[in-house]
Design a protein around this ligand. Structure first.
Ligand SMILES: NC(=O)c1ccc[n+]([C@@H]2O[C@H](COP(=O)([O-])OP(=O)(O)OC[C@H]3O[C@@H](n4cnc5c(N)ncnc54)[C@H](O)[C@@H]3O)[C@@H](O)[C@H]2O)c1
Length: 257
């Protein structure tokens, strides 16, 4: 039995590493996927079509920080498929800098792209999910929302302080808090709202990680995009209906709380 048969899912950041893996897994599980990204998703859509020719991935090029564009995308999905069952908020950017180094402009850019976009997209789909009395929202947080910064044993303590990701970590902690509020507000509408906090995943964002950081991961390897896709699918399935307001760690044991 496919876990997402007949489900309509919007995936933001679909062109990236985690978005692509999630889109593939969703199609394998029978979902009709709608791919939103600021960059081109056409080749991914062709790949997905080849994987399951009975489904037609919808490609929607949009900036998820721009509310009118997001509302337009959501209206297009609703018009074509008559419902929206799942929203996966994956679009995001990484940012380096400690609180003494990061500029206000960078702080606002990161919060806007990572956190405000999650608010905009969730708010846009919720009226449709409420009318169906069913929905699943899953947003991409990070281990950095919890741990105050990754250890960097290969650099000295002064450099370590400066090499933080404060804006990024705070944007992801904001996603956790948004998840808690949306979960409570929507539980009686049959909608669950959860987040996933990945540890280091082999992707464009982490190519610069040295072996000494990888050696700190207890399971002995970097995560794979497919590890995250599996967690998203688990939370997106109808069977996960009693899980809401959860931030699920998927980090190989590198941070346990
Ligand atoms: N890779 C990791 O190790 C890791 C760990 C923890 C959390 N995350 C989070 O997972 C998510 C995806 O990570 P990834 O490794 O796939 O990154 P990625 O850079 O490969 O993908 C991010 C995607 O988001 C899209 N995007 C960025 N800004 C956008 C905007 N304004 N509108 C629409 N699309 C936009 C990009 O075009 C890109 O396709 C991010 O939110 C990231 O913070 C990643």
């Amino acid at each position: 039995m496919k876990r997402l048969e007949n489900r309509v899912a919007i995936i933001t950041g679909a062109a990236g590493g985690l978005g692509r893996a999630t889109s593939i897994q969703f199609v394998r599980e029978g979902a009709q996927v709608c791919l939103i990204d600021i960059t081109d998703c056409e080749s991914l859509a062709a790949e997905l079509k080849a994987l399951n020719p009975s489904l037609s991935p919808l490609v929607l090029k949009a900036d998820v920080t721009h509310e009118p564009s997001v509302l337009k995308c959501v209206a297009q999905v609703a018009e074509r498929f008559k419902k929206i069952d799942v929203l996966v908020n994956i679009a995001g950017i990484v940012s380096q800098g400690s609180s003494s180094d990061v500029s206000l402009e960078e702080w606002q850019r990161v919060l806007n792209i990572n956190l405000t976009s999650t608010f905009i997209c969730s708010k846009a789909v919720l009226p449709i999910m409420r009318s169906e009395h069913y929905g699943r929202i899953i947003s991409m947080s990070s281990v950095l929302s919890k741990n105050g910064g990754n250890p960097r044993p290969w650099i000295n303590p002064e450099e370590q302080t400066r090499a933080g990701n404060v804006a990024y970590g705070v944007s992801k902690a904001g996603i956790n808090a948004l998840t808690f509020f949306l979960a409570k507000e929507n539980a009686h509408h049959g909608i669950t709202v959860n987040a996933i906090a990945p540890g280091p995943i082999a992707s464009n964002m982490t190519t610069h990680f040295p072996q000494s950081l990888k050696d700190l991961i207890p399971v002995g390897r970097m995560g794979k995009a497919e590890d995250i896709a599996e967690a998203v699918t688990f939370l997106a399935a109808e069977t996960a209906g009693f899980i809401t307001g959860e931030v699920l760690d998927v980090n190989g044991g590198s941070w346990i709380d």
